[in-house]
Design a protein around this ligand. Structure first.
Ligand code: ATP
Ligand code: MG
Length: 556
């Protein structure tokens, strides 16, 4: 985490507040997810911001589950959110649920009724919507707006006790039906829902609206800086109004731009559709932009924090190229991942002058990027798997790999020359016959040959097989939800390509779930949880190719 990096506009605000001694220099933020889905990489931006800002100024951060919509919320989501925040590297000081405060919120509502600032309305939701007016015209006052305080108190208590059915009545704030801000036109504070809540069960049948819960919870927790995304900017006057009229701790709301990333959607509602309609295998499908999906794909917490650091915090909406995310994980895995040889599309290669039946060990660095790269032994023999695409019967001009008469180095082993090849009936290559140069062994090469190409290989006798899953983008267009149409029309149905019989070097048989590797020349991979004792499954996290940094780094 780059704590020293200067300063986004929110840090400026916080530092100014500290300077003038506001809240005695105290900084207290909160991350307030609604437990109606898994966290996605957009939430990571909010998490890094809330926790990072507090940590940098010796402050605190609460995790608060904003659980005021009983129909959509589940305990499974609560658990996953806790795990994901911790995985990302953050620990909250306190954990709360908005539902912890249902009693306090109810008392706050009573207080506003007492001040004649709230009233029970019998209008239906549709009627309330249709009398709200437009941006150019004021709304109409409800015929129930001028009920007496006593009547309102009585009705609200009876709402709580379950006397009325869903939608029969609501509690509204009495503000201004002519306000230019639609959110100030007597917004709904409470609605009746006879549904079970994941924590309070059936204790309540009235539930507060977001606007009447969020700021009040902030205030109860004495949150100093309540950071949220830009769509809440228009709610801020209402946030302030409730706090002012209730005369409670003056938490303040600040807005920043959501994170958007190309080739994906970042909305729990849409991600839920992908899950429910089985476009993906679940919230943790490695193609999902959820933190659990990214984690399973092989993304590290460090790489996601690196992204959040790089993008910073803005006041205006923008869209981040997914290649920047890919750049971050390459940076991280380049240092973390041991190199291994895996042949994804194998073709047989025989070294005709290698002593028949004999084997030897060659040595290869685990990670040449490290000061202490570490070495491993790799068994070598006269019969190898190589990548089908590393041979061309009629080579193109710049093809420096195998072709009749051409030489190539086998990674960490010998130089070989292609002498001949045989074909299957269908014309595909069946086997390549080569000779090797015994004095060209890596590390002790006295052949004097200068060879341009190096290819990876696996000894047929010693290698094993594994499943390898190659992923592509889940959407075919950069902004799948740009237009009004159905974002699912842009799904890429070829986003998963599974290889059943990839050939892996034997060292990989020791790999365990979650470990990362660079498969030489093929990309970064991690061990998937679908692996069994007899068959490993690898996910490709990202390819090696790094277009983004080439094109963009010089401009940054
Ligand atoms: P979604 O639209 O995905 O359901 P949300 O805003 O409803 O998102 P919440 O669970 O309410 O999700 O969000 C918790 C916090 O994370 C909020 O403060 C919200 O503003 C922030 N957040 C959500 N999505 C993003 C995003 N794409 N970028 C930055 N912050 C986000
Ligand atoms: Mg929300």
């Amino acid at each position: 985490m780059d704590a020293e990096k200067h300063l986004n506009f929110l840090e400026d605000i916080v530092e100014e507040d500290i300077k003038i001694g506001k809240h005695h220099g105290r900084v207290h933020t909160r991350f307030p997810p609604e437990p109606n889905g898994y966290l996605h990489i957009g939430h990571a931006k909010s998490i890094c911001l809330n926790f990072g800002l507090a940590a940098k100024h010796g402050g605190k951060t609460n995790l608060r589950f904003d659980d005021t919509n009983p129909e959509t919320e589940e305990t499974e989501y609560v658990q996953s959110i806790r795990e994901d925040v911790q995985w990302l590297g953050f620990q909250w000081d306190n954990q709360f649920f908005a539902s912890d405060y249902f009693e306090e919120l109810y008392e706050f509502a009573i207080k506003l009724i007492d001040k004649n600032l709230a009233y029970v309305d019998d209008l239906s939701a549709e009627d309330i919507a249709s009398t709200k007016g437009t941006t150019n015209e004021p709304g109409e006052e409800s015929p129930y707006r001028n009920r007496s305080i006593d009547e309102n108190l009585d009705l609200f208590k009876r709402m709580r006790s379950g006397e009325f059915g869903d939608g029969e009545k609501v509690l509204r704030a009495r503000i201004d039906m002519g306000s230019p801000n639609m959110h100030m036109r007597d917004p709904i504070m409470y609605r009746i829902k006879h549904v079970n809540h994941h924590r309070t069960q059936d204790k309540w049948c009235i539930y507060p609206m977001y606007d009447f819960a969020h700021g009040q919870c902030d205030s109860l927790e004495k949150i100093t800086h309540s950071l949220c995304t830009l769509e809440f900017e228009v709610h801020r006057p209402l946030y302030d109004w409730f706090i002012e009229k209730l005369e409670i701790f003056p938490s303040q709301q600040y807005e920043f731009a959501r994170l958007n990333i190309t080739y994906t959607v970042l909305s729990k509602r849409k991600l839920l559709q992908l899950v429910n309609e089985k476009y993906v295998s679940g919230w943790s499908d490695p193609r999902m932009p959820t933190l659990s999906g990214l984690r399973r794909r092989g993304y590290t917490a460090e790489s996601i924090r690196m992204l959040c650091n790089k993008i910073g915090v803005q006041r205006r909406e923008n869209i981040i190229d997914v290649e920047l995310l890919e750049f971050c994980i390459r940076e991280d895995l380049n240092k973390r991942a041991d190199r291994r040889m895996v042949v994804l599309d194998p073709v047989r290669l025989v070294i005709t002058n290698y002593p028949e039946g004999s084997t030897e060990e060659v040595f290869s660095e685990n990670n040449p990027e490290l000061e202490k790269p570490g070495m491993r032994r790799i068994p070598f023999s006269g019969e190898l798997w190589i990548e089908r695409e590393d041979f061309m019967e009629v080579p193109s001009k710049k093809f420096f790999r195998l072709a009749p008469g051409q030489m190539v180095r086998l990674k960490s082993a010998y130089i070989i020359r292609c002498e001949s090849f045989t074909k299957e009936a269908d014309g595909s290559i069946k086997e390549i016959q080569c000779t090797y140069i015994p004095e060209s062994r890596s590390g002790e090469d006295t052949s004097g040959l200068n060879i341009k190409g190096t290819i990876h290989w696996v000894s047929i006798e010693h290698g094993a097989t594994a499943t390898v899953r190659l992923y592509d983008r889940l959407f075919k267009v950069p902004v799948p939800d740009a237009d009004e149409g159905d974002f699912k029309e842009h799904i890429n149905f070829n986003s998963l390509h599974e290889i059943q019989n990839a050939c892996i070097e034997p060292e990989l048989l020791n790999a365990s779930e979650g470990e990362w590797f660079q498969f030489i020349r093929k990309g970064y991979f991690c061990v998937d949880r679908d692996s069994t004792a007899v068959n490993l499954v690898f996910n490709r996290t990202v390819t090696l190719k790094d277009n983004w940094s080439k094109q963009n780094m010089q401009n940054k």
